[in-house]
Design a protein around this ligand. Structure first.
Ligand SMILES: [Zn+2]
Length: 71
């Protein structure tokens, strides 16, 4: 299981988000956004998946994921 903070995922706080796969961590990150940062969650949901910003975010996220030790 890996832990990445909300901030490292582009969020606004240092809440740790956990997941055993990138998909799970992303889903948990989204749940956290909906609870803690509803405005950000709404903005992310509005964005199309092939938006250049989302692509860049996914690339950065996968780099962060690869660089995070598996605990
Ligand atoms: Zn947060």
């Amino acid at each position: 299981m890996k832990t990445i903070t909300c901030r490292a995922m582009g969020g606004e706080c240092d809440e740790p988000i956990t997941g055993t796969t990138p998909e799970e961590l992303m889903a948990n990150g989204m749940k956290h956004l909906e609870k803690a940062h509803p405005k950000m969650a709404a903005d992310v949901k509005k964005m199309p998946k092939d938006d250049p910003m989302m692509k860049k975010w996914s690339e950065d996220f996968m780099k962060t994921w690869a660089g995070t030790p598996d605990m």
